[in-house]
Design a protein around this ligand. Structure first.
Ligand SMILES: Nc1ncnc2c1ncn2[C@@H]1O[C@H](COP(=O)(O)OP(=O)(O)OP(=O)(O)O)[C@@H](O)[C@H]1O
Ligand SMILES: CC(=O)N[C@H]1[C@@H]2OC[C@@H](O2)[C@@H](O)[C@@H]1O[C@H](C)C(=O)O
Length: 378
């Protein structure tokens, strides 16, 4: 591949419904891909859109189609405003994730709204979108899609941690593969089985994080434990900590993922029945997260860990983690902490335009690696 340069918008709406993340991005390929965030902004959802999206999974299919039309128009307006306000003139494409309304890969279903062909017409730009559907058609989970970006853009890091509602990790591991080698020695054809290793990227949820911390913070009248100061100033309950760390999920091998259902049925009852104060629960759960993160990172000073997501601002958690591992914990600039996912969806779009692989079967479970996403012209 020769030198390439793209300027695109990466547009992402995550599960927390805090808003639409938009980033104006430059991607350059010389010998490797390199990404730069030129402008970025989160446009918060209005109360009306927050409520509509929060309840959208319950809607009958026909109402979801209706919502899709409206959301596509709404997204078009937001994108146009971002282009105008940042006086963006050069744009190769708008690469948009849309918002996940239904995700039932076991039934062959994943629905992201905001990805209709009319988005391209409304904003008069080339659009690349609908990145998850093809993966589900190929038998994959349609998620996570971010790891290809971790590999190609952040390959200098041995581990990428995203600390959002849940803490997840993406890393490369060496796996042993047996190979059969045929060789002929003096007409004696023998087959030898030798051990050979292969590098494979894996990505999985480590443990719940802000879904839990925010709940107990809210009982203390704040939205989150800013900087981890509540945890820093409260006692860890060792018995509760041991029970959390002893949960079965932590013994399972990846691929594995967590949902809010597990938090509601396992974590909250355990915490609520512990007899601890909210402050103690926050301190104990923060210690639990730090321990689980460290368990998934090699204790080796040559390793580098990139930490993004809002939990990267929990300085106390980061301190605890750094005490538990010799690996170098790296907090990037705030635009990367907050817009890494939007950046990577921009990158998925660029790879799609190049017809390059942008989904890894090793993480989604699809039958093969593939280049996913629909391209719509204005
Ligand atoms: N200064 C801070 N100190 C501690 N925690 C913070 C701080 N700022 C943000 N957070 C935490 O980060 C959360 C937001 O993070 P982020 O936007 O990555 O989450 P998310 O979008 O819900 O995650 P995802 O959809 O990736 O699971 C907040 O709800 C809060 O718990
Ligand atoms: C179906 C869907 O929208 N999944 C999201 C969601 O939000 C976090 C987690 O669940 C992750 O699997 C995924 O997004 C990230 C960005 C991904 O695909 O890598």
């Amino acid at each position: 591949m020769g030198t390439k340069q793209y300027k695109v918008l990466g547009v992402m709406s995550g599960t927390s419904l805090d808003g639409i993340d938009i980033a104006y991005l430059e991607f350059e390929y010389i010998n490797n891909w390199k990404a730069t965030i030129l402008h970025s902004e989160t446009i918060p959802y209005t109360k009306e859109w927050y409520d509509l999206l929060k309840n959208s999974a319950e809607l009958p299919l026909k109402d979801i189609y209706n919502l899709d039309e409206r959301y596509t128009e709404y997204l078009a307006g937001i994108i146009q405003q971002f282009i105008r306000e940042n006086t963006i003139e050069h744009l190769d494409a708008v690469c948009s994730h849309g918002h996940t309304v239904l995700h039932q890969p076991h039934k062959g279903l994943t629905v992201q709204i905001g990805n209709l062909a009319k988005l391209a017409k409304l904003i008069q730009q080339k659009v690349v979108c609908d990145f998850r559907v093809q993966d589900v058609e190929l038998g994959g989970q349609g998620a996570p899609l971010v790891p290809i970006g971790d590999r190609l853009l952040f390959g200098e890091y041995n581990y990428c941690l995203n600390l959002g509602g849940f803490a997840n990790i993406s890393k490369e591991i060496e796996i042993e593969v047996g190979v059969e080698i045929e060789h002929e020695i003096e007409n004696d054809l023998s087959i030898e089985s030798r051990k050979k290793s292969k590098i494979k990227r894996v990505a999985y949820d480590i443990c719940p994080m802000n879904t839990v911390l925010n709940e107990y913070a809210s009982r203390l009248g704040v939205t989150f434990d800013s900087g981890g100061e509540i945890a820093r100033n409260a006692e860890v309950n060792q018995e509760l900590l041991a029970r959390l760390n002893g949960l079965n999920f932590y013994k399972q091998q990846p691929p594995k993922s967590l949902g809010i259902e597990w938090v509601n049925s396992i974590i909250f009852p355990l915490l609520n029945e512990s007899g601890c104060t909210s402050e103690e629960i926050i301190a104990t759960f923060t210690a639990h997260v730090a321990f689980q993160l460290s368990e998934n990172i090699q204790n080796n000073s040559a390793k580098k860990v990139l930490v993004t997501g809002g939990g990267a601002y929990n300085s106390y958690l980061i301190e605890l983690l750094q005490q538990k591992t010799a690996a170098k914990i790296v907090l990037p600039q705030t635009d990367l902490i907050e817009f890494k996912e939007a950046l990577i969806f921009g990158f998925l779009g660029v790879l799609r335009l190049e017809n390059q692989i942008n989904v890894l079967a090793s993480v989604t479970g699809a039958s093969k690696n593939h280049s996913s996403g629909k391209i719509y012209l204005p």
